[in-house]
Structures are given as structure tokens and as C-alpha cells.
Design a protein around this ligand. Structure first.
Ligand SMILES: C[S@@+](CC[C@H](N)C(=O)[O-])C[C@H]1O[C@@H](n2cnc3c(N)ncnc32)[C@H](O)[C@@H]1O
Length: 257
């Protein structure tokens, strides 16, 4: 497979999937989470870290509020987009390439935030445990970890109709080719095909194997406690109350013991 033409396999967010994310969820686009995180973090004086920062959808609004947020991502394409958005607004965004499973900066941050369910992109339960330990170590004593998780899916939803985004004269499409769920490993794996079209001609393709780990609410609470967090609170759907059975998103807030 070539690097810049033909269909390119990419297990991370590549050039096309990053562009698709940026068109679908631009800076400031909110699921209700931007306002919720901003309320939770209001008044934080020290540094805040957003692992898996993506295009800066959340980081840029937090920087605009004067919070001292840094971010990293495994995808150089996402890091490049995020830096460009910061620069466009004259914000000093300190954004770099790194990995949630291994990044550690002992005692540095007052808060670490992982919105948009990105924690589920970790490759294995072992990587999730390692990431929680690294996040704990990277917080000051009493520092705060805030993380969103989607509840486990009830069934496998196979979306076949392509999604599409226009970017000037270029059209990016995304189709789900195949989805499978393995209950033993609590993992859904979806094959996403991104295509770039210009005047009806296919210019480029990219295949993303999109794999998500699922956690139960009690299970993740236990993982946080085992990793050395305390005072775990769980919110549902970006409201200050606990999640009901139909909640679409759980937000965990925990303090470094
Ligand atoms: C759903 S996007 C979320 C972006 C952003 N946090 C937001 O709220 O919109 C997920 C991001 O996680 C990144 N990612 C996936 N696995 C990662 C890992 N192990 N370490 C750091 N970033 C990772 C992807 O490259 C992608 O940019």
C-alpha cells in the first residue's frame, strides 16, 4: 500500500480520519461536555493535562477561559490540527505526541481530563490499568482526574450508510464496513473506511480499525480505587446527578489519594 495514494491502512487517527473528526466535531463543538468540564475545572490554578487531545475541540475553549491546559495525542495529524487551531486564536497551546498508556510526569498536574470516551481507545485492560497508574502519578496530591466513558453497548450497531463532510470542493466520506463485539475482552472493533473525493473522483482512501474497550460502572470505580484514587463521583449525561439506567455518558471524577 502506498503512503499517499491508494487505500492506506491506519490503526490510529490518520490524515483523513483526523480531518473527518475536525469537520464533524470542530473546536468548541459540545456534547454538553465543554460546559460541564469548564464548570468542574473553574478556578484551577495549576496545570491541566488533556491526554488524547485530538483536534483541540475541548482544549481550545478551556484555554480561552484562561486555564493552563496542555495536551498530547498519539496521532501526529491530530496534534498538527490542534496546534493550528491554537495558533489561529493566538493561544499558546502546548500540544505534543505521546501515549496515554505510558506518559508520566510525576506530581505535575492539578487535573487530568479525558473527555469524549477516549480512554476506551486504549488497546487492552492492562494498558488501561497502566494508564490509570500513570495519571495518578502525574497528579499533585489531591489532584483531580475527570474521565468520560460510554456505557457498554447493548448490541452491535452496524451502520452501513456513509457519513459525509464537505471541505470546500473536497468530500470526505466514512463508511462502517464491519463491526464485531467480543464480550470476553469487552471490546468492539469496527472497520471504518474513509474516502476523499474530488469532482466525483476518488483521490484517497484510509482504513481505520476502531477498537473500543468497555467498562462497567462499578468495575471502573474499582479500577480507580485500585489505582490510588479516592472520593470517586460519577455523573450522568453532564448533569450533577448520578447516572440513571438510560444515561448515554458517565463522567468519573476522582482525587489522587
Ligand atoms: C475521540 S477523539 C477525542 C479528542 C478530544 N479529546 C475531544 O474531546 O474531542 C480520540 C483521540 O484519542 C487519541 N488517542 C487514541 N489512543 C490514544 C492513546 N493511547 N494515547 C493518546 N491519544 C490517543 C486519538 O488519536 C484521537 O485524537
Amino acid at each position: 500500500m502506498g503512503t499517499d495514494d491508494g487505500l492506506r491502512a491506519c490503526w490510529r487517527y490518520g490524515a483523513l480520519s483526523s480531518r473527518g473528526y475536525d469537520l464533524d466535531k470542530p473546536v468548541g463543538f459540545s456534547f454538553g461536555d465543554v460546559e460541564f468540564y469548564s464548570r468542574l475545572l473553574a478556578g484551577t490554578q495549576g496545570e491541566i493535562l488533556e491526554p488524547a487531545v485530538g483536534n483541540g475541540r475541548m482544549l481550545v475553549p478551556l484555554l480561552r477561559e484562561g486555564l493552563r491546559v496542555r495536551g498530547y495525542d498519539t496521532s501526529p495529524h491530530m496534534v498538527e490540527l490542534c496546534r493550528a487551531h491554537c495558533a489561529r486564536e493566538g493561544l499558546a497551546g502546548d500540544v505534543f505526541v505521546d501515549d496515554l498508556a505510558t506518559y508520566r510526569a510525576p506530581g505535575r498536574y492539578e487535573a487530568v481530563v479525558v473527555p469524549a470516551g477516549s480512554f476506551s481507545l486504549l488497546p487492552s485492560p492492562e494498558a488501561a490499568v497502566a494508564a490509570l497508574a500513570a495519571i495518578r502519578d502525574s497528579l499533585v496530591a489531591g489532584g483531580r482526574f475527570v474521565c468520560d466513558l460510554e456505557p457498554p453497548p447493548v448490541g452491535v450497531d452496524i451502520a452501513t450508510s456513509p457519513r459525509q463532510w464537505w471541505d470546500g470542493e473536497e468530500l470526505i466520506t466514512m463508511s462502517s464496513m464491519h463491526t464485531e463485539f467480543d464480550p470476553r475482552t469487552q471490546r468492539t472493533t469496527e472497520w471504518l473506511r474513509y474516502e476523499l473525493w474530488e469532482e466525483g473522483v476518488l483521490r484517497r482512501g484510509e482504513l481505520q480499525v476502531f477498537s473500543l474497550l468497555w467498562f462497567g460502572l462499578a468495575e471502573f470505580t474499582g479500577m480507580l480505587t485500585d489505582a490510588g484514587f479516592t472520593s470517586v463521583t460519577v455523573y450522568g449525561d453532564y448533569d450533577t446527578s448520578p447516572p440513571g439506567p438510560q444515561a448515554d455518558i458517565w463522567t468519573f471524577e476522582a482525587l489522587r489519594a
